[in-house]
Design a protein around this ligand. Sequence first.
Ligand code: C5P
Length: 317
Amino acid sequence: SPNGRTVWNENMSSSMLGTRLRKAVLNYQAMNKYGVESSVSGQANRSGPELLCQFKTKVDAVSTLTSDLQPLASLTLSTLLPPNPLTSDLGPYRSCAVVSSAGSLRHSALGKEIDSHDAVLRFNAAPTAGYERDVGTKTTVRLLNSQVMDEQRFLSSSLYSSGVLVAWDPAPFSADLMQWYNRTDYPIFSQYQRYRRLHPLQPFYILHPRFQWQVWRRIQDNIGEPIQRNPPSSGLLGTVLMMSVCDVVHVYEFLPSRRKTELCHYYQRFYDAACTLGAYHPLLYEKNLVKRMNRGTDRDIYNHGRVTLPGFSQVNC
Ligand code: C5P
C-alpha cells in the first residue's frame, strides 16, 4: 500500500494470525456450541454493492421481541417487553456513528466528530465520562450483550441510563425462542426483568435471535473458509442495526487506524490482540466484509479509523 500506510487487508484469513490466535479460532470452529447447521460454500468475491444488497434483503434487522410474540406471550417476561418494534423509539436518522470501543480510540480526538452525528451507538460498558475528547458524549442507543448484563453494576450504574438499550444473547442456531429461553448463555431474561422494574421508563429491547444468525450466514456465505460457528460480534450487529435506521453510518475504529494497538478497550488497561482480530467471534471475517462495503477512503481508515456505509434505505438492489 502507498507510503506504508497499511489499512485492513480485506482478504485476512486465520492462516495469517499468530499461533496462539490461530489455535483459538480453530478450537471455536470445532466446538459448534450453538448447533450451527451450515455447509461452507462461501463465495469470497462478491463486490461491496452486492454485499450491501445481501445484508439489506436477507437480514431482518431490528427484529426485536415484542410483548405479543408467541410462544413467550404467556410468560411474565412478556408483560415487561415493549409492545412495539425498535423503530418506534429509534430513527429514522440522517447520519449515524457506531463507536467500536477499540483501544485505538485513545488519543483519536474523534469526540466532536462523533457527537456531530444525529445518533450514536455505543457498546456494552463503554463509558463517555472521562473520555469525551476521544469518543464524544452522546449516546442514542447502547447495544448490550448478556454477559455485561450479568455484572453486578448493571442494575445500579448510571453508565446505562442514557439512550435506548438493546440486548442480545448468543442463542441456539435454530433461533427457537423456547429452546433459547430455557438455555440462554447468560441470564438475559431475569436481568432484563430486574432492570425494567427499576427503570420502567427507559426504552429497552431484546433482539430476536434470528437476527444474529442471519448476519452470521451472510459472513459465512461470503468467506472462502469455515468461520467460527459463534454469533457475530456486537460490532457488526450494531453496525447492521444502524444501517437499517440511518441514511449513512460511520463506524469508528472497527477497522483499525494508524493508532492500532493491542489495548483491548479504550477504557481498560487490558491488552489482547484477540479483541481486534477475534477468537470467539468471526471478527476477522466481519472486518473483511466491512472493508469491502466501505464507501470511504483508505486514508479515512488510516487517519481516523473511519468507515462509511450507506443505510439500507440508500441501497438499490
Ligand atoms: O468488546 P466489546 O464487544 O464490548 O466491543 C464492542 C465491539 O467493538 C466488538 O464487538 C468489536 O466488534 C469491536 N472491537 C474491535 N476491536 C477492539 C475492541 C472492540 O473491533 N479492540
